[in-house]
Design a protein around this ligand. Structure first.
Ligand code: SAH
Length: 233
């Protein structure tokens, strides 16, 4: 997860306890916590990007997300990686604030534009997601392509590329998390709660701030159910 405000309700709901990073990662901002297995619930490692030492804000975005995922997977093998957080949706796709999406059928990037043979596909960075369609339906989640870029706004170029990609969920970390999970040979899924509607006349930052706490709560509730159901399976 990227932001402390997104992660705090889930950490509390899981009763996850902070652990030290391994010594090779001690200087990285990632914050790790572990909730032990109990009943149907499998062990959960919660990795949050942490605070940027230079600016004092949460390390949102793909660079820190890749580091956190690598540190978490370095602790030992995992059955699945879940990139969880908030995201933008679109009125044109019938999204509403508070909707929770499960990433399907892939996660990709919209702001890595490399018009060179082979590198264009590398730039798009499309990674297939675990097939959790049935589970998503049972949990009342929507399904959609998640698209990642390192900016909160949507430039005109982003808009064109996102429209062409068919993506319904816009955020800043999932493709980086998915790439590292794939390098480790670990299946990946994304769970994203909508804080803002990109095609609304209200500024994204205003919507985000207004809806962050409520979205983090719906994210937490869905994540706990999803984790328990995954444990069942
Ligand atoms: N000003 C905010 C920063 C939020 S950045 C603050 O400091 O409180 C947005 C974060 O939420 C990122 O981690 C991203 O993954 C997610 N996000 C939510 N809505 C988004 C959108 N419309 N576009 C991109 N990322 C979004």
């Amino acid at each position: 997860m990227a932001m402390e405000a997104e992660a705090a309700p889930l950490r509390a709901a899981l009763g996850a306890v902070s652990i030290e990073s391994p010594s090779w990662a001690a200087s990285l901002p990632v914050r790790l916590a572990v909730a032990p297995a109990s009943g149907d619930r499998p062990e959960v490692v919660l990795a949050v990007n942490g605070t940027d030492p230079a600016t004092g804000v949460d390390c949102i975005g793909s660079t820190a997300a890749a580091l956190s995922t690598h540190v978490a997977l370095g602790l030992g093998p995992a059955d699945i990686v879940i990139t969880a957080g908030t995201a933008g949706g679109w009125q044109r796709a019938d999204a509403a604030i508070g909707d929770v999406y499960v990433a399907w059928p892939h996660i990709a990037c919209h702001d890595r534009r490399i018009e060179l043979p082979g590198f264009d596909r590398f730039g798009r960075g499309e990674i297939p997601t675990a097939d959790l369609r049935d589970l998503a339906g049972e949990l009342g989640c929507r399904l959609g392509i998640v698209t990642t870029g390192d900016s909160l706004d949507e430039s005109t170029t982003d808009r064109e590329r996102i429209l062409a990609s068919g993506a319904e969920v816009k955020e800043m970390e999932a493709a980086a998390v998915a790439w590292v999970a794939q390098l480790h040979g670990t299946p990946v899924t994304g769970v994203k709660a909508i804080t803002d509607l990109v095609d609304s006349p209200v500024a994204t930052a205003t919507q985000f701030t207004e809806n962050l706490a409520a979205a983090a709560e719906s994210l937490q509730a869905t994540m706990v159910n999803l984790i328990d159901r995954l444990g069942d399976q």
